[in-house]
Design a protein around this ligand. Structure first.
Ligand code: SF4
Length: 82
């Protein structure tokens, strides 16, 4: 388990520094879950994608919701990797 320091900046002013435990991107405040349904497969119409708002990249796409933690290991390109 990794500890990451996150600096919270609001309107250009540094407000706080948080230390968080990040096992997968799902624990990170820079990840966001979005819908990613498969239009050709009704069984996968609840698929999701998880994006990194810091790097503006997809972490995983076409992900079954129950696999979100399995498919979001921290990538090598993580911008806040320690
Ligand atoms: S890639 Fe890094 S910054 Fe982006 S969501 Fe994952 S842990 Fe957070």
């Amino acid at each position: 388990m990794k500890m990451k320091n996150i600096v919270v900046i609001i309107n250009g002013i540094e407000m706080a520094e948080l230390k968080i435990k990040v096992e997968t991107c799902m624990d990170c405040p820079f990840s966001k879950v979005l819908p990613d349904p498969d239009p050709n497969d009704w069984f996968c119409d609840d698929d999701i994608k998880i994006v990194c708002l810091k790097a503006n990249k997809n972490i995983t796409v076409a992900c079954r919701p129950y696999n979100d933690r399995k498919e979001t290991s921290i990538p090598s390109w993580c911008p806040i990797k320690v």
